[in-house]
Design a binder for this molecule. Structure first.
Ligand SMILES: *Cc1c(COP(=O)(O)O)cnc(C)c1O
Length: 379
């Protein structure tokens, strides 16, 4: 097989538009709802609620904004401890600091790469008065959500589920984003569906949804003049962007199926190499947002070598998220592992790589990506 560099770059994950999005955006223009109010917002929120099976959805300017409001709703204030997934994007954990809470980072397990319930239990024994837990479903793979829910109940901590990457993934048939008291999804450009930028807060509590809407629109009291008893934010999603989301929702299933095909093709194509794919539990169905590999221990090929080789051919891959406890900004924070001195997240970070997972990549192109990876292991 001859391998030439791709003419058009193969992306890790880029927006995939279908045309319906533009119709809803046009509708907003035609009716002049070019604001943070309008039918696209209503329909997007209803659509999300119906799809994931929750009572309330609040569309916001970003997934990070949704996380911030979730942290506020959980009642986190100065000095409160919040236990967070360690192997994740910084956006998961930063909002705790916005409220002057203190993150305690919880190591990953090897079955899903997500928060290890054993380490979480240990952390609660050390810090029993912890206010909240933020669990992530990394790369679209559900965490051990039932066990984590159980531990949160036992210690009366509020569970926040960061489902930014996992819209459409299920755990025993139940949609991710609905396991915590508060859930969030992201519509950032690289996610499984997008509004170009945006996010949603999910909850079954009406009061919480009302409060989030209030905070997200500058906390204006319901009187004729501008009256403020609380600190507000300008976090509401625009009706224009909600139109993009409304159109994208119609293609979520299709995107999910394409992502799964990509994962399975890698799994098939990379067989025989000293690598494994990002794992998941048999009773879960990930949305396969990103396909990742973990190089076997002792392999002399490094993730960086594969990344650089793919780059030479104009294909984008990315390192695994660098764990939060290794980030200079969080170096003073506690980090809890299940077994003394065994740092699972760091090991995954060092041996792992996110592969091109763009759903516009053709089968042919993916076969070429696989061939490039294979060649990294020859001589
Ligand atoms: C993308 C992402 C976020 C942040 O979402 P934005 O919409 O970009 O603010 C939070 N957590 C995780 C795990 C993410 O991947």
């Amino acid at each position: 097989m001859s391998v030439k560099p791709f003419k058009d770059k193969i992306w890790l994950a880029s927006p995939t538009m279908h045309g319906d999005e533009q119709e809803y955006v046009k509708e907003a223009f035609d009716t002049n709802w070019v604001s943070t109010v309008g039918k696209n917002l209503e329909k997007l929120e209803q659509g999300i609620c119906g799809y994931v099976g929750c009572s309330h959805a609040v569309a916001l300017s970003a997934g990070t904004a949704a996380l911030h409001l979730a942290v506020k709703l959980a009642g986190v204030t100065k000095g409160d401890k919040v236990m967070c997934s360690d192997l994740t994007f910084a956006a998961t954990v930063n909002p705790v600091s916005y409220e002057q809470g203190v993150q305690v980072f919880i190591d990953s397990e090897r079955d899903t790469w997500n928060m290890d319930p054993e380490a979480l239990e240990k952390a609660f024994q050390k810090y029993p008065d912890t206010k909240a837990v933020i669990v992530v479903n990394l790369y679209g793979t559900p965490a051990k959500l039932e066990e984590i829910q159980e531990i949160c109940r036992k210690y009366h901590a509020v569970l926040i589920e960061d489902a930014a990457e996992s819209l459409g993934a299920t755990f025993k048939g139940k949609q991710t984003g609905t396991f915590g008291t508060y859930g969030i999804i992201s519509f950032n450009g690289n996610k499984i569906i997008t509004t170009s930028g945006g996010g949603v807060l999910l909850t079954d509590e009406k009061d919480a949804a009302d409060k989030a809407r209030f905070w997200s629109t500058q906390a204006r009291e319901n009187v004729p003049w501008y009256q403020h008893k609380e600190l507000g934010y300008n976090y509401r999603m625009s009706n224009i962007l909600a139109g993009i989301g409304r159109g994208q929702m119609r293609h979520l299933e299709e995107h999910r199926i394409r992502k799964k095909e990509i994962y399975q093709r890698y799994q098939q194509g990379l067989r025989g190499l000293p690598v494994t794919m990002n794992p998941f539990l048999e009773y879960t169905e990930p949305n396969f947002w990103l396909s990742c590999i973990l190089l076997d221990k002792g392999t002399d090929v490094t993730p960086d070598k594969i990344r650089e080789k793919l780059q030479e051919y104009h294909a984008e891959s990315r390192p695994i998220w660098k764990p939060m406890h290794l980030q200079p900004v969080y170096e003073k924070h506690d980090f809890i592992t299940a077994a003394e001195g065994v740092d699972v997240g760091k090991d995954i970070f060092r041996r792992g790589l996110c592969l091109p997972s763009d759903i516009k990549m053709t089968e042919q192109e993916q076969e070429t990506v696989i061939e490039i990876i294979k060649r990294c292991f020859k001589s």
